[in-house]
Design a binder for this molecule. Structure first.
Ligand code: WTA
Length: 666
């Protein structure tokens, strides 16, 4: 079922000889040193217990891990805590209330706001009071659909404070995607904004919520929509027969008391549900709980970024709509009490050097971004960052997809001035926190390699039978033991949780990550990408099946197959092959644009196919399964591989000969 990396792809990986030793100064004061690996390995639970001390517990736990019913884990059993208290109040109580928590930078020039920890505590408390006022109780779900503004963080922490799991939906997702997530988790409140600023203009968000509410119908779960006024755009106001649905944030939150006593919740109380693409059309609601997740997020943020909370200024460019924003903007950094930048807009607004201006202005010392962004800056040329003073940077991080060695070296030398280590961090929505990464004070960095599991984590590369592969070979990436920030289940679907992650290597008890990896001659890991029907476009996970379902929902489409093809800018790009219905004829001159637009509307702009190819047939096995491998060959302009398992071997000729047109541009 899986396409394992072949020996050929492995051999094609550049023979990387470059090594970058940790800077002496950093190594001398590193948070974690080499001894941590052996110590953690000798007794992982004791190591995690040590990490649990970074968190304030209202009631201490009795047992580090209960793994008596795998794969359903319980961490820090019996412990009680409040995540928002840990991220905000305790810093204020420790006398750090005047410290800046957020340097908010809006996209319009000059639109900035600093929030101290004390101010954040007040706002989170107000929002918590407002949510309670609106009838939200512990255990109720709240959907958050907001731009990158402070209220997004306030909203998440307010939910955590009252024990209402949040589900943040990326603002780039469509009304349909939003509606299906609201429905799946039964969210009773939606927090949104009139809009946000992107690419130099106000971009509306509220209409998508309105549309989602229509789709959900009168019987839908949503009782209220809390609307932040950000852009001042006109908004339609929803009302149900029995009273108002929409309420303004500034009216209800702004009028609430800044006093709110956080209640302690069980360590296993649900903290949030984050939807991510799986191999079927239905996104999976990944459930994270409170204690273990907070320990994992804060420990990794401290260890992997060598965080010095007193002096560092940290910036992660992810959107809070993805897991990276949850773990490395909200829960990790705030639990650690650091000062960070929160930027609303796009890197090129109003001009291309915007990110570097922000780094210069706020003297950012730790910067965390994605390879796709780095590649686009490489393309624009080094003159742009070179014109700014980036000397405050001391550490760079990368996440979301494999970073190719050239991008790594460019990042290190041009952005990092050849001083900064680069940590290539591998993890997933499901893992909640970084699992594989160099340690900046220990590891000699190797461009393109995520290196080794961090202390406490067990990772391996295994063959189909679950046997570790020798150095120099490839296989499947697994995690060999439970970890505190692991997903607990898929929301409402325990069976899918078991089947997706734990059935493949049931005997060994391994978590199967869905990624292929190579262990090089030194034993270091290279993550090669997904081995299932999941694509990675600009670091965003998309399911081929989800896009196929969107395409076949178009009246002119009979069948569709989607593959992720290599793309210089975005890592992978969506390529769609469609068979039109007979009634549609040739589909008309605009068929390609029409179908691209349709996917955009159904899922969101990130899912828009780079290419749509209208074909007479699709390659299928005798059992009817589409052979995506062959379509990938076509999409990547390669000679088509082995066709002997096709039901009809001539199909590929039909497809190849009919192509040539169909590449759509934005
Ligand atoms: C990929 C994002 C190579 C991988 C945190 C994984 C990576 C998926 C890396 C998870 C990396 C993430 N090197 N591949 N450093 N980081 N990936 O859930 O395929 O959005 O399975 O989490 O991204 O994507 P997700």
């Amino acid at each position: 079922m899986t396409d394992q990396p072949t020996q050929e792809t492995l051999a094609n990986l550049s023979r990387e000889e470059r090594r970058f030793e940790p800077p002496a100064e950093l190594a001398a004061h590193a948070n974690l040193t080499a001894e941590a690996y052996a110590r953690a390995e000798a007794d992982p639970e004791a190591f995690w217990a040590e990490q649990a001390q970074r968190i304030s517990w209202a009631q201490p736990y009795e047992q580090v891990l209960d793994w008596s019913n795998p794969p359903f884990a319980k961490w820090f059993v019996g412990g009680r805590l409040n995540a928002a208290y840990n991220c905000v109040d305790r810093h204020v109580e420790a006398g750090r209330g005047d410290k800046v928590a957020l340097h908010f930078v809006g996209e319009p020039l000059g639109d900035t706001r600093d929030l101290t920890y004390a101010q954040l505590k007040d706002e989170v408390s107000q929002a918590a009071n407002a949510l309670e006022e609106l009838g939200v109780e512990a255990g109720d779900r709240v959907a958050i659909y907001l731009p990158m503004i402070p209220e997004a963080i306030v909203a998440m922490l307010a939910c955590a404070r009252i024990g209402a799991p949040h589900t943040v939906v990326f603002g780039g997702f469509s009304a349909d995607a939003l509606a299906s997530r609201i429905e799946d988790c039964g969210a009773k409140l939606v927090i949104t904004a009139d809009g946000g600023y992107r690419r130099g203009a106000a971009s509306a968000l509220k209409p998508a919520v309105d549309e989602a509410l229509v789709k959900l119908g009168d019987e839908g779960p949503v009782e209220h929509v809390l609307v932040v006024r950000r852009t001042g755009q006109d908004v339609a106001w929803n009302a149900k027969a029995d009273g108002g649905v929409d309420v303004w944030w500034h009216e209800v939150v702004g009028e609430s008391s800044t006093e709110h006593v956080p209640q302690a919740f069980d360590a296993e109380h649900p903290l949030y549900v984050m939807y991510t693409s799986g191999t079927t059309g239905k996104p999976k609601g990944i459930l994270h709980t409170t204690g273990g997740y907070l320990v994992g997020a804060s420990y990794t943020h401290w260890a992997v970024f060598d965080l010095k909370p007193e002096t560092d200024v940290y910036w992660c460019t992810a959107d809070i709509g993805w897991v990276t924003g949850h773990s490395y903007i909200v829960y990790g950094p705030l639990a650690n009490g650091v000062t960070q930048v929160l930027y609303e807009g796009t890197p090129d607004s109003p001009e291309r050097g915007r990110w570097w201006d922000i780094i210069e202005q706020h003297e950012v010392s730790i910067f965390y971004t994605a390879p796709t962004a780095i590649r686009s800056f490489m393309k624009q040329g080094r003159e742009i960052p070179d014109a700014r003073d980036l000397s405050s940077l001391r550490l760079l991080g990368s996440v979301g997809e494999p970073i190719n060695p050239e991008a790594y070296v460019w990042y290190r030398s041009v952005i990092g001035g050849d001083r900064t280590p680069v940590v290539d961090t591998w993890w997933q929505t499901e893992t909640g926190a970084i699992m594989i990464s160099p340690l900046p004070g220990v590891t000699a960095g190797k461009p393109g390699s995520a290196m080794t599991a961090i202390p406490g984590v067990g990772a391996d590369v295994v063959d189909d039978e679950g046997r570790p592969v020798p150095n120099g070979s490839g296989g499947l990436l697994v995690l060999t033991r439970p970890w505190p920030s692991m997903l607990r289940t898929i929301w409402g679907d325990d069976q899918r949780f078991v089947d997706t992650y734990w059935s493949r290597f049931k005997e060994q008890g391994y978590y199967f990550a869905g990624d292929g990896a190579k262990r090089d001659d030194d034993g270091d890991l290279w993550v090669l990408g997904r081995v299932d029907d999941v694509m990675n476009v600009s670091g965003h996970r998309l399911s081929t099946t989800e896009i196929e379902s969107a395409l076949v929902s178009h009246p002119k489409v009979a069948e569709a197959a989607v593959v992720g093809a290599k793309d210089e800018d975005t890592g992978q790009a969506v390529c769609a092959f469609v068979i039109l219905r007979e009634t549609a004829g040739d589909g008309g001159a605009d068929i390609v644009a029409e179908l691209r637009q349709h996917v955009r509307k159904e899922i969101g702009p990130i899912a828009t196919p780079r290419q749509v190819m209208v074909v007479p047939e699709l390659p299928k096995t005798r059992s009817g399964k589409i052979m995506r491998r062959l379509l990938r060959d076509v999409a990547e302009n390669r000679e088509v591989g082995d066709v002997t398992t096709l039901a009809d071997a001539s199909v590929m000729n039909l497809i190849s000969s009919g192509l040539g047109a169909g590449k759509g541009e934005d």
